[in-house]
Design a protein around this ligand. Structure first.
Ligand code: IMP
Length: 241
């Protein structure tokens, strides 16, 4: 590629930016950002939330790799880091991974980091909702309080850095599952501010309030800093490549 940007070889895309009075037409670097998840619900949300972030967002399937890691960390941070580093190792790309879960007051914060495996790894969500309702029977509204938590890890291969961003949303466990949108525990997570479960909200409405939306809003700053460094011919990233 031509232009005034000299960067080290890295799997990238160059796009022609719209001409501006000061710079004219030019090529800008759009590096690939791998999102290290195979969960279709998360992929759809993350793609939407990352729109316009300046990166070319790709999934493991898009680039023909598989990321298979044991999510055996004790915390969301551990698991997000494990997944992001596995993505870097498999692809050499800057990698974003999300670890998330639902924490229920009356269950002492469970299932939390084990949300995806709650009850049994292959349990259906209907079975999980029934088990939660069994444990919440007769509990007060305050004990039905819950929160969704998301921790995003961004791993950068050249410096070997992992940085984190977090987000949460508070709600109440609904006794009846409701709604067709979203995924996972959305049908039983009732948001007082929306007077709806997060499964009743269309994607663009969940994207305003969700834990993942808030975590990604915080992660955008990290992505922007890496992007600026990648585009800067004098940056340590460019020299390291
Ligand atoms: P993990 O981050 O892959 O360990 O999975 C987190 C699990 O938490 C998901 O599989 C869901 O069961 C649950 N979860 C996380 N975020 C959401 C959400 O936005 N809606 C519903 N369930 C969620």
């Amino acid at each position: 590629p031509q232009g005034d940007l000299k960067v080290a070889p890295t799997p990238t895309t160059w796009v022609r930016a719209l001409p501006t009075p000061r710079h004219g037409a030019r090529l800008v670097l759009v590096p690939k950002l791998l999102i290290a998840t195979t969960n279709p619900g998360k992929i759809a949300e993350l793609r939407g939330l990352l729109e316009g972030c300046g990166w070319d967002v790709v999934t493991p399937a898009d680039i023909g790799i598989a990321i298979d890691v044991e999510e055996d960390g004790e915390t969301y941070h551990d698991n997000a880091r494990i997944k992001a580093l596995a993505g870097v190792q498999a692809s050499g790309l800057v990698t974003l991974a999300d670890d998330s879960g639902i924490e229920i007051q009356a269950m002492g914060g469970e299932p939390g980091v084990r949300s995806a495996r709650f009850l049994r790894p292959d349990a259906t969500y209907e079975e999980r909702f029934a088990e939660i309702e069994r444990q919440l029977a007769g509990k007060s509204l305050a004990e039905r309080a819950a929160r969704f938590v998301a921790v995003i890890a961004v791993a950068e291969p050249r410096k070997g850095e992992v940085r984190f961003a977090e987000g949460e949303i508070r709600g109440i466990i609904s006794p009846e599952p409701r709604g067709e949108h979203g995924f996972g525990y959305d049908p039983i997570f009732w948001s007082p501010s929306q007077n709806a479960t997060t499964a009743e909200l269309p994607e663009h409405e969940k994207a305003i309030i969700s834990h993942r939306a808030r975590a990604i809003a915080n992660a955008r700053q990290i992505l922007l800093e890496i992007l600026n460094d990648y585009r800067d011919p004098d940056s340590t990233y460019s020299r390291a490549g």
